[in-house]
Design a protein around this ligand. Structure first.
Ligand SMILES: NC(=O)c1ccc[n+]([C@@H]2O[C@H](COP(=O)([O-])OP(=O)(O)OC[C@H]3O[C@@H](n4cnc5c(N)ncnc54)[C@H](OP(=O)(O)O)[C@@H]3O)[C@@H](O)[C@H]2O)c1
Length: 278
């Protein structure tokens, strides 16, 4: 694993804090952009079975020429595959499509049925069978994050949730710290909305950086993993250029203060509730 960019170590596993997201990337774009991102220097790629681009992502990894063992690769189990047999079947299918064993396999969204016992048991079995190196969660509120970890023999390395300047996740951060886990921010750029933010823009001017760069820096400076997505090589390059400056405590606080509890993608099952704000 390359060490010239910041990582977080969770349960002995080193994860690059800056990753590259692939949601909504058509297969052709996924192959092209994953290869480009890796050439730029990204060493962490995020995909999911439901994105229908795992094979394309695997191709991008091979096209890049970057050795596989330098890359941290995440994919996710879709909610329709949460029964034991279905989960193991998809874990195998995902590894086959990617053409490589993922480093991290997440449960995409929490689901009440089948039981957490069955699904967490199967996720651990997938790990024991070598279908993934590590396991984790996505979109689990704090209560269910704790329940899931209590049912999992292996550490759940991360909980990947929506997080950006307009949506604080303070309680989840405390829960992750408590459990010795981590938070990964999806939609870290608020799907592009941060580009027009006056406060973030002003902070960027001080550092000669764009609003996107300031936002990603704000995340990784808190040890939050961020996985921005773009179809543009120039933007991928820009988003990777965030390791040569630091935000002051005052600038960090000004960005914290932009929170307005704005959720851009809410597919949480009605059986669950997000943490209370604050
Ligand atoms: N676990 C989950 O449930 C879940 C849900 C959603 C997303 N995710 C993961 O998180 C990744 C990132 O989330 P996301 O794709 O929703 O959102 P994002 O990274 O916050 O934003 C991507 C959008 O912002 C634009 N953009 C990128 N860089 C920009 C910049 N510097 N300035 C202005 N606009 C910019 C992109 O357009 P261009 O292509 O034109 O650059 C794209 O439309 C996904 O790709 C996926 O891997 C996970």
């Amino acid at each position: 694993m390359t060490t010239d960019q910041p990582h977080i170590v969770v349960d002995g596993v080193s994860i690059p804090l800056l990753g590259f997201g692939t949601w909504q990337l058509e297969p052709e774009d996924a192959t092209r952009m994953v290869a480009e991102a890796l050439r730029i220097g990204y060493r962490h790629i995020d995909t999911a079975w439901i994105y229908k681009n795992e094979a394309a992502v695997g191709q991008g990894i091979r096209d890049s020429g970057v050795p596989r063992d330098e890359i941290f690769l995440t994919t996710k189990i879709w909610v329709e595959h949460f029964d034991r047999d279905g989960l193991l079947r998809q874990a195998k299918e995902s590894a086959d499509s990617l053409g490589t064993t993922p480093d991290l396999l997440l449960l995409h969204w929490p689901k009440r049925k089948p039981s957490f016992e069955e699904t967490l048991g199967a996720l651990n079995e997938a790990r024991d069978q070598g279908l993934t190196r590590n396991i984790g969660l996505s979109n689990f509120p704090s209560k269910e994050f704790r329940q899931a970890q209590a049912l999992s023999s292996a550490k759940l390395l991360t909980n990947q949730v929506e997080h950006h300047p307009y949506l604080a996740v303070d309680e989840l951060k405390r829960t992750a710290a408590d459990l010795g886990s981590s938070i990964t921010a999806w939609s870290p750029l608020a799907q592009g909305k941060i580009a027009d933010d006056a406060t973030i823009g002003e902070i960027g001017e001080t550092h000669g950086k764009s609003a996107g760069q300031v936002t990603l820096r704000w995340l990784i400076q808190q040890d939050i993993i961020a996985i921005p997505r773009t179809t543009k090589v120039s933007r991928a390059r820009e988003s990777f250029d965030i390791f040569d400056f630091a935000l002051t405590a005052e600038e960090m606080a000004r960005i914290d203060a932009l929170n307005r509890n704005e959720r851009l993608g809410d597919w949480l099952d009605a059986d669950f509730q997000w943490d209370q704000a604050g």
